[in-house]
Design a protein around this ligand. Structure first.
Ligand code: FES
Length: 169
């Protein structure tokens, strides 16, 4: 098992601000915020970071890990500059979700879960994103939802992201 990460003073200060939003006996409610802070700072949430958060919040490490693994938005390993989550849940499956995922993987020469060799784009499949009527849908970097993603739209998106990655945007 990895040793826990040593949290910097700046990170601890950010955690403290989140914990202050809850009564002391409920400080574990800040776990998602703490995970988000670590991911913002490090790009992913390592097991060592989970242990450090657990220690900080007085939780069992496995309870933190359950949160990390439940939500798509937490990266359990380093990801590319752009992370694409293509929904392949059943309603989207019935309207081209799997086909969209396969098209993206084929265009980029990766399997799902992998990152392109230049580190630009990671492709993942996703659970329901709450926009089933707009399938195929995907989420960019956990923030931007894109709908009705035909092969043409996917190609344009990939061209744009690859161009932006080259420019370092
Ligand atoms: S099943 Fe894909 S958004 Fe709901």
């Amino acid at each position: 098992m990895n040793a826990p990460l040593t949290l910097s003073d700046a990170t601890r200060a950010r955690f403290d601000r989140e914990v202050a939003k809850y009564p002391p006996e409920q400080k574990q409610s800040a776990v998602m915020a703490c995970l988000s802070i670590v991911q913002q700072e490090q790009g992913h949430v390592s097991h060592a970071a989970e242990v450090a958060i657990a220690d900080y919040l007085g939780m069992a490490p496995v309870a933190v890990q359950e949160v990390t693994t439940f939500y798509n938005m937490y990266n359990q390993k380093p990801v590319g500059q752009y992370k694409l989550n293509v929904c392949t849940n059943l309603p989207c499956q019935l309207r081209g979700g799997q086909d969209a995922l396969e098209h993206v993987c084929q265009r980029l020469g990766v399997h799902k879960g992998e990152t392109t060799a230049d580190g630009a784009i990671t492709v993942q499949e996703s659970e329901c994103l709450g926009a089933c009527a707009d399938a195929p849908v995907l989420l960019v970097n956990d923030r931007q939802m894109l709908s009705y993603m035909s092969h043409d739209k996917l190609d344009r998106l990939l061209d744009k992201l690859q161009g932006a990655a080259k420019k370092g945007a």
